[in-house]
Ligand binder design. Sequence first.
Ligand SMILES: *[C@@H]1O[C@H](CO)[C@@H](O)[C@H](O)[C@H]1NC(C)=O
Ligand SMILES: *[C@@H]1O[C@H](CO)[C@@H](O)[C@H](O)[C@H]1NC(C)=O
Ligand SMILES: *[C@@H]1O[C@H](CO)[C@@H](O)[C@H](O)[C@H]1NC(C)=O
Ligand SMILES: *[C@@H]1O[C@H](CO)[C@@H](O)[C@H](O)[C@H]1NC(C)=O
Ligand SMILES: *[C@@H]1O[C@H](CO)[C@@H](O)[C@H](O)[C@H]1NC(C)=O
Ligand SMILES: *[C@@H]1O[C@H](CO)[C@@H](O)[C@H](O)[C@H]1NC(C)=O
Ligand SMILES: *[C@@H]1O[C@H](CO)[C@@H](O)[C@H](O)[C@H]1NC(C)=O
Length: 805
Amino acid sequence: MMAGLVTGCLAPQLSLLTLLLCAFASTAQHTMGGGSSLSVEDRARPFLVSPDGTFSCGFLQVGDNAFSFSVWFTASRNSTAVWTANRYFPVNGRGSRVSFTHDGELALADANGTMVWTSRTGGVSARRKGLTISLNDTGNLVISDPFTSSTVWQSFDWPTDTLLPSQPFTKDTKLVNGYYSLNFDNDNVLRLLYNGPDVASFYWPLPSLSIYEAGRTNYNSSRIAALNNTGVFLSSDQLQAQAIDLGLGIKRRLTIEHDGNLRMYSLNESTRGWTETWSALKQQCQVHGICGRNGICEYQPSLRCLCLPGHEMTDRGDWRKGCKPSFSIGDCTQECAPPPEQFKFVRVPQTDFYGFDIAYNKSVTFEQCRDLCLRMCQCSAFSYRLDGVGICYLKGLLFNGYTSPNICGSIYLKVPLNIDISAPRVAGLVCRHNVYGTTPRNSWKWTYLFAFAGVLGIVDLLFIVTGWWFLSSKQSIPSALESGYRKVMASQFRRFTYRDLKDATGNFKEELGHGRSGVVYRGVLVGGRVVAVKKLAVDVTMQGDEEFWAEMTVLGRINHINLVRIWGFCSERKHKMLVYEYVENQSLDRHLFDVDGDGKAATLAWSERYKIALGTARGLAYLHHECLEWVIHCDVKPENILLTREFDAKISDFGLAKLSKRDGVSGVEFSHMRGTLGYMAPEWALNLRINAKVDVYSFGIVLLEIVVGSRLQDQRTETGEPLQMPQITQALRYIVDSGDVMSLVDARLQGQFNPRQAMEMVRIALTCMEERSSRPTMDDIAKSLTAFDDEDEHPPTTPEYGPTL
Ligand SMILES: *[C@@H]1O[C@H](CO)[C@@H](O)[C@H](O)[C@H]1NC(C)=O
Ligand SMILES: *[C@@H]1O[C@H](CO)[C@@H](O)[C@H](O)[C@H]1NC(C)=O
Ligand SMILES: *[C@@H]1O[C@H](CO)[C@@H](O)[C@H](O)[C@H]1NC(C)=O
Ligand SMILES: *[C@@H]1O[C@H](CO)[C@@H](O)[C@H](O)[C@H]1NC(C)=O
Ligand SMILES: *[C@@H]1O[C@H](CO)[C@@H](O)[C@H](O)[C@H]1NC(C)=O
Ligand SMILES: *[C@@H]1O[C@H](CO)[C@@H](O)[C@H](O)[C@H]1NC(C)=O
Ligand SMILES: *[C@@H]1O[C@H](CO)[C@@H](O)[C@H](O)[C@H]1NC(C)=O
C-alpha cells in the first residue's frame, strides 16, 4: 500500500512543496482496510491522503473545540474543506473518533459515544468483508470492494457546498449553503435557489430573462453537469461557464457560498490562497433573500442593506430578518380594513422588488395604477414603469429589494396618510441622513429637479444613489405623473413640430457633424436650452409614424450619465428628427486621431483616456444589461463617443439600430449590415444572428485605439501592408504575456501613463476580439475597468509591471 504512495512522490520535478507534502504524506496512507481509526486528539495526522497528495481527509477544526470530519485541499492555506461528513453536527475536540470498521462502515463518534455520522455501508452482508476505503486523487473518498472492484459508497455522491473537477452533478445532487442551493429544476434547468424561512425563489439564471435569453435550454432532460480539469463547467441545459484562467494543471473548485453566489476558484500554489475565476452572478444584489423583508440591497460603493422609508431593522444583528414598519396599515382579513383614502405613497426611486405581484396591468396610467393599489387592501406598494404602455405591478409582500441607478422604475410604498416619514431609518448610515427626507412640497421643485437631471448628470446620479426623495400625499405627486405616462413623456421628452426645430436651428444653419444615420445641427430651443438636432437619413425614416413613436418613447426613457440624453423628436411625414442633449467637446476621434490631417488633434491625457474608456464601457453595459429594454448599439466607434467639457464619455446614436425587446428570443435579425468597417465583428459577415457581442467587439477596437492613439485600420507592417486581425491579436497576446505595454502606448503621451491600466485595457481588448462566445460581457468589462480606476495617475513606469491576469 505504501508503494503507491511512494511512486506518487517520485515525480520528475520535485518542488519544495511536493517534498513537504510527501514528507507529510508518508505518515499517511491513501487506502486502508477495515479496523482502522483515528481519534480527534491525533488530528495533526490526516486519516487518509490521496496518492498525489492533493487531498487529505481527517479532522478539521470548525469552531472552539468543535471538529468536522472532512476532505480538504492539502495545499490550501486554510485547509478548504470540499466535503464534510458532519457538516451540521461538529464533534468534540476530545474523545471523538472516526473509524472504518471490519464490516466496511465509516463512522464518526462523538466524545460521549453517540454516532454522529455513518456511511451506512456496514453489516449489509457477510460477503462485504474485506472492503477498503481510499482517498482518490480527484478528492473522492471511496469505499470499495477490491474483489469485484465495485464502489460501495463515495463522497462524490454526497456533495456539500463544493463540486470538484470530474465530480458529476446530477439530477439527484445539490450544493447547499445555508438557505442557498444549486440544483436542477423540474424543467431541466440548473438554477440557484433561495429557500428562506418565509419565501423561496430562484434567482439564477436571472428571473427577468427567459431561459433562452439566459443561454439555457429546458429540452435536454439528462440533467447532468460537470466541471472539467481545464476549468469549464458544462451543463446539459447548455450552460457553459469558463474560468478566466482556462488550462490544465490548476486545482479548482466550484462552491456555493454563504452569500448565495456560485463561484469557481483556482488555488494559487505559491500563496496557497484561492483566486476567484468565475461567478454566476456579477452583481451580488441579484441574489435573493440578502436583505430580508422590506429591505433593499444596494450596491454602491459596496454591498449593503437599507430599510424602506418608515421601517426599521427587525433584528439588529441579522439582515435576513428584514425590516418592520414603524406604522400599521391595518389587517386586511378584518371586516374593518382601513378605507383607501387613509393612505398615501412614498416614492423610492430606482428600486424594484422581485416577486409577490398580486396583480399586473398593462396600458394603465400612473393614476390608475395608484388607485388600484389603494383599493386593494393587500397591496403594500406598486411599481410603475413608463414602458411605452405603462406597466403597473401591485406588490403584496416586499422581498428581494434591489436599488441601482440602472433600474428604470420606482417603487411607491403605501403608508398611512397621517404619518410623517420625515426621517427615514437607514441603519448604520448617519452621515447620509441629511439627504433623505427632503420633501418637495410643490411640484415645481420636482419638475426643477427633473429638468436639471440631465444637465447635472453627476449630481443627479448622486442624488438618486444616496437618497430617495419623498412625495408626501396625493397633492405632492407631480402633476405630470398624475395624468399618466403620456404627459410624463411630454414633460421630459417632447414631440416637436417641424416648425419648432426649423426655428431652433435657424433653418438648419449650423452643421455639427454628419454620419450615415443623418446630419446633426446645433439648435437653441425656446427657453435657451442648446440642443443637437439630428435629421435622420432616409434608411432610418422608412418606418411608419406609429412604430417611430413607439421606438422614440423607449429611447426617451433611456437615461444614463454615459449616454447622450434624447430630449425629443419630430415626426412629420418624411421629416424625422431627434433632439439630443448638446455635448460640447466633439467626438473622441477628433481628440484621438488626426482627423483633419493638419496635425491639430489635441493629445488626450492618460487619465482622460481611461475615464473615457470606463464611461463608454458603463454606458454600453447599461444599454445591454440594465435597462428595461435591451438595446444593441451596433455602431460603436470613436465618432459615436462624444465628450463633455470634463472629458466624460457620452455615447450617441444608440437605438438607431433595431431595438430588441427583452421578452423576445435573444438575438436580432437585421435585414442589412450595420456598423462601420474596421469596427465590425466578424459575425456580421457570417450571416449569424446578431447579439450584444458585436458591440463588445467594436468596443475592444476602440479601447485599443485609445491606448495606441491611432486607427487600428491604419496600422501597417514594415513592408507597408495593412495589418491583419490575426497579426494584431498575436501582437497583443505577446504584449499581455511579456508585460511590455510601453511599446504599444501612444508615443504622444511621452511615457505619462499608468502601465497597469494600459495593460488591463490591452488585456480586455484582446478578449473582446475573440470568437464571440468567449468575449466578455460589457458588464464584466465595466467591472474590470472599474477595478483599476482609482490608481495613481502616473506611477513610475518601471518594467516590473507584469501581466495582470
Ligand atoms: C485563512 O486564514 C487566515 C489566517 O489563518 C485568515 O486571516 C483568513 O481570513 C482565512 N481565510 C478564509 C477564507 O477563511
Ligand atoms: C452526546 O453529546 C452531544 C453533544 O456533544 C449531545 O447532543 C448528545 O445528546 C449526547 N448524547 C448522549 C447519549 O449523552
Ligand atoms: C479514482 O481516480 C482515478 C483517476 O485519478 C479514476 O480513474 C478512478 O475511476 C477513480 N475511482 C473512483 C472510484 O472514483
Ligand atoms: C473541458 O471542456 C472544454 C469544453 O468542452 C474542452 O474544450 C476541454 O478540452 C475540456 N477539458 C478536459 C480536460 O477535458
Ligand atoms: C444532453 O446533454 C448531454 C450532456 O451535456 C449531451 O451529452 C447530450 O447529447 C444532450 N442531448 C441532446 C438531445 O442534446
Ligand atoms: C499567486 O499569487 C501571487 C501573489 O498574489 C501572484 O503574484 C501570482 O501571480 C499568483 N499566481 C497565480 C498562478 O495566479
Ligand atoms: C387590472 O388587472 C386586474 C386583474 O389583474 C383586473 O381585475 C382589473 O380590472 C385591471 N384594471 C385595469 C384598470 O385595467
